[in-house]
Ligand binder design. Structure first.
Ligand code: OSB
Ligand code: MG
Length: 369
């Protein structure tokens, strides 16, 4: 495949409702889209960086700069046999995983189209349907949270994840667990606690949670091993894990029993695939996390979730939970039993609404041979 051109765009997309986590609230997303043309196929990727560096160090603007100044020009004109060669070509760039992921994943889409296969199959995925959960932002009070949970359960979602932070944790989890004693329930703290909170976090053991996601510092695998030794609930790492080495370190240190894989955080499909395979060999379940993606990022998440290591429901849910109008057709829909049927057409399996993207584009950069 010869990389003929790369186009980077920024589009604004407003979430239907504000989404609150321990690190802040977002409603107006600033999303970067990458289009790579290779051998006349056009593939799309999404940069999943946030607007601020509160989840990880990247932002929409840092990704724009890194792709513009260090990635795009160096790749245009290059020929590769497969998209899995791209990490090698970007290896001199430290970090900036989300910037790299947007570019690499676009080429994976193009490659799948050129080969006439669904992206899920090109990646080695085997599932025809994936299991879905939802991530609920922090709510005003326990009562309003219970109401939200009820709505999501009636849509069929198989697992509910509650965002928590100090002061908005135990009481909220207790209210949901009391109302729904049997559901698969998780919490995600996005690094809001320290080891000093170990005794408090241990009190969540009684709620029979499927997992507690990233309670401690975003970059501290070691502290999580100390916490995991003190609590029954399985810790799941999100922010700490950027590559397979990190995953292996966390597993060896017993810092977690589950890993959340996000394409952006681990720099793209090549590394995500390697990580799920390594985890599978060690018997550690993984699942696909979400970053409030547009339909393009969502479609990549669906393809990745078909790999055999993804044995728990992901934060991959219907387009209509996020957007009044998505940028793909058809939009992502969830069945009454809380699954998404994996598309069978070549590439991402959804069509990018070019006119809509064009209309929304705030800035654009293009590189071609
Ligand atoms: O920690 O999983 C997270 C959103 C933004 C940043 C971090 C996280 C999240 C979510 C939302 O939980 C998942 C989604 O519905 O896309
Ligand atoms: Mg998380």
């Amino acid at each position: 495949m010869k990389i003929e051109s790369i186009t980077l765009r920024e589009i604004p997309m407003r979430l239907k409702a504000p989404f609150e986590t321990s690190f802040g609230t977002v409603q107006d997303r600033r999303i970067l889209l990458v289009e790579v043309v290779a051998d006349d196929a056009s593939g799309w990727g999404e940069v999943t960086a946030g607007e601020t560096p509160a989840y990880n160090p990247e932002t929409t603007d840092t990704a724009w700069q890194v792709i513009s100044d260090f990635i795009a020009a160096s790749l245009v004109g290059k020929s590769v046999a497969t998209a899995s060669e791209l990490p090698g070509l970007m290896s001199q760039i430290r970090g900036h995983e989300m910037a790299k992921s947007g570019v690499e994943n676009a080429l994976w889409d193009a490659e799948a189209q050129l080969k006439g296969v669904p992206l899920s199959r090109l990646l080695g995925g085997t599932m025809e349907e994936i299991s879905c959960g939802v991530s609920l932002g922090i709510q005003e009070n326990p009562r309003s949270l219970v109401k939200r949970v009820e709505e999501e359960l009636s849509s069929g979602y198989q697992r509910i994840k509650l965002k928590i932070k100090p002061g908005k944790d135990r009481e909220f989890v207790a209210a949901v667990r009391e109302e729904f004693p049997k559901i698969r329930l998780s919490v995600d703290a996005n690094s809001a606690y320290t080891l000093d909170d170990a005794a408090h976090l241990k009190t969540l053991d009684e709620f029979d949670l499927l997992m507690m996601e990233q309670p401690l510092s975003w970059d501290d695998i070691h502290a999580h091993s100390k916490l995991q030794a003190q609590i029954e609930t399985a810790i799941c790492l999100d922010e700490c894990i950027h590559n397979t080495r990190h995953a292996l370190t966390a597993i060896e240190l017993k810092s977690c029993r589950i890993i959340n894989i996000k394409l952006g955080r681990v720099s793209g499909h090549t590394e995500a695939r390697r990580m799920q395979e390594a985890c599978r060999e060690l018997g550690v379940p993984v699942w696909c996390g979400g970053m409030l993606e547009s339909g393009i990022g969502r479609a990549h998440n669906i393809a990745m979730s078909t790999l055999p290591g993804f044995s728990l429901p992901g934060d991959v849910s219907a387009s209509q939970r996020y957007w009044n109008e998505d940028i793909i057709e058809p939009v992502v829909e969830v069945t009454a039993k809380g699954t998404i049927r994996v598309p069978k057409t070549p590439g991402l399996g959804y069509t990018v609404k070019r006119d809509r993207v064009e209309q929304l584009t705030l800035r654009r950069n293009s590189w071609s041979v």
